[in-house]
Design a protein around this ligand. Structure first.
Ligand SMILES: [Fe+2]
Length: 217
């Protein structure tokens, strides 16, 4: 396994995220840094032990890998979530509007579905572009490591853990979700969608994982 370590990302928008206080975002960012440290220390531990023959037994590796997967998923989810927090209303870009209309008929239908998905989730809600069906879905997972659908690329993430909203909203989880959705940087969601679509084009190419099967004769 490669022993390269993660570097934390910086976000210049966290102090201005609508509806969320600077103190809450500072704490939340510290939590993210903790996941980076955790992922790096687990990577180092696995690397060190792999270089000593017989130093890792099956239960060792199961525990270390399980913890590493959770930390990596937490890092990735928080980076997507932080990157999209905004301060003012932005419109849906054209490519996002088209995908939303195809999957949900209209923007209101999409937002209603995303809101319900988020409010009912215990951990995370995502909007994904599904490479298998070429459409958007709103999905939920009970914790960072529980992303539910392979071959789907998350383009939007909402953190529904208590630590994400309790400081500013108390038990009013719906009000938190409304504040987030009203000010998301939809231009960036559109950028993420375009990146996912480019991945799909590459995957559908002559040697891509989704390329149609070709039979001889
Ligand atoms: Fe979080």
């Amino acid at each position: 396994m490669s022993c390269r370590l993660l570097k934390p990302r910086e976000f210049d928008n966290l102090a201005h995220a609508a509806g969320l206080s600077r103190d809450a975002m500072t704490e939340h960012y510290q939590l993210y840094l903790g996941f980076i440290d955790k992922a790096n220390s687990l990577t180092e531990k696995i690397c060190e032990r792999q270089h000593v023959r017989g130093a890792l037994d099956k239960s060792d590796i199961a525990n270390l890998k399980g913890d590493l997967q959770f930390a990596l998923a937490a890092v990735r989810n928080h980076e997507l979530y932080f990157d999209l927090l905004g301060e003012s209303k932005t419109a849906f870009p054209a490519e996002l509007s088209a995908a939303v209309e195809e999957a949900f008929d209209c923007a209101d239908g999409f937002l209603q579905d995303l809101r319900l998905t988020a409010v009912s989730s215990r951990g995370w809600a995502w909007t994904v572009f599904d490479l298998s069906t070429s459409r958007l879905w709103n999905l939920s997972g009970s914790q960072s490591g529980h992303f539910p659908l392979f071959n789907a690329i998350p383009i939007l993430a909402v953190d529904l853990s208590d630590h994400a909203y309790f400081y500013d909203f108390g038990l009013r989880r719906g009000a938190y979700v409304d504040a987030i959705l009203a000010h998301l940087r939809w231009d960036r969601v559109g950028r993420n969608l375009q990146a996912a679509m480019r991945l799909q084009q590459a995957a559908n190419g002559p040697e891509g994982v989704n390329s149609p099967l070709v039979f001889a004769g």
